[in-house]
Design a protein around this ligand. Sequence first.
Ligand code: NAD
Ligand code: MG
Length: 410
Amino acid sequence: MAVPLKFPSEHASAVQPSRAVAILGSTGSIGRNTLAVLRKHPRLRAVALSAASNAELLAEQCREFRPRYAVMANPEHLGELRRRLKSAGTPTEALAGPEALPRIASLPEIDTVMAAIVGAAGLESTLAAIGAGKKVLLANKESLVMAGDLCLRAARESGAVLIPVDSEHNAIFQCLPWSGAALDPAQTRHVEKLVLTCSGGPFLHTPAAEFAAITPAQACRHPKWNMGAKISVDSATLMNKGLEVIEACFLFGMGPDRVEVLIHPQSIVHSLVHYADGSVLAQLGAPDMRIPIAGALAWPERMISGADTLNLAAEEPLEFLPPDRERFPCLGLGMEAARRRGSAPAVVNAANEVAVAAFLAENLPFARIAKLIEAVSAKIPCGEADSLDIILEIDGLARTYAKELIYKGF
Ligand code: NAD
Ligand code: MG
């Protein structure tokens, strides 16, 4: 008798081993998308979740996923979280305080950590997950930007597996030959260059003269991706792509002269790898973060993500054009930091975080974001970035100077 064929969805679930996952930043855009993927795969269990201060959503996630731990980064909201968990009859233990995030990132019963906190706030827990030898799904690009050498060294020592979740880096990861280990330097042996695609953001065709009047609401309205506020503003200034160039240099061991940026407004081709023989491999898909998230969770297998199937015949024509570095100077600032290495990326990252927060609070005009980053980078000397203490000190210096400039009406 013929063996009945399995439908892809059955097969996809069947091949997944049971996996215990911690989601750092579960209430954010990446965190919610990760839970949406977990919902489809009951063998992937959320054992720990975390949020900055949204007790209502975190409690609701705990009610549905019944994790063992929930961390509230801001201790002021711990009481509310505990009350909500109790009234929902959820057996989750609620934690807070500075040690709580690194603790859940390195729990022995967890094998996979989704690092989805936004900004420098994610660095210590990402490093804790790497240090504990976990499979680390890296959405928090700022960790790599600030401390790329440190993260990679810690991964080599602990045996942690780093899998990029950022769609471009995940695309490149998928286009490299798999040598049996994630991010093995041998994978890029025949690579000539990497090309990161970039949607161009909401102001791709906006004249520079109109930049001064851009509001936070306009900057957060991304044409293709639905993301958190900080990365949305970064996408509007193109600093996101500058940070991603730095991220790619660290992840794939590439010099910045071999990482290019190409504007691709349709966000269908997520990045490309050029090989020495002239072959170019690309990964395509709908602009839906559940695809790289499912790919990273399942790696080296594949599984259902819940995203729509791409229908290229129904898509608008795919365009590719060079970035306009004059209207979007943040891209050049990121690339320059990638060239300087050392502490330069951490300074750019800190200045950018302060600038974006000030812009969102309507204390800094959109057009001044790049100028502020430039001023801070010129002030803080570039040095080594070989320990967490040094990186945190530099991060603090850059933030203080950036805030001082804004306070003085920069
Ligand atoms: P978001 O703002 O939607 O969510 C951020 C999460 O981090 C939330 O759960 C929030 O509670 C938590 N958080 C914020 N500040 C914190 C703090 N001080 N301490 C502890 N937790 C804190 O952000 P996002 O869009 O999901 O992005 C998360 C990360 O993923 C960022 O590094 C971003 O660059 C990266 N990323 C996001 C996307 C996307 O589609 N959203 C795509 C690629 C990469
Ligand atoms: Mg990206």
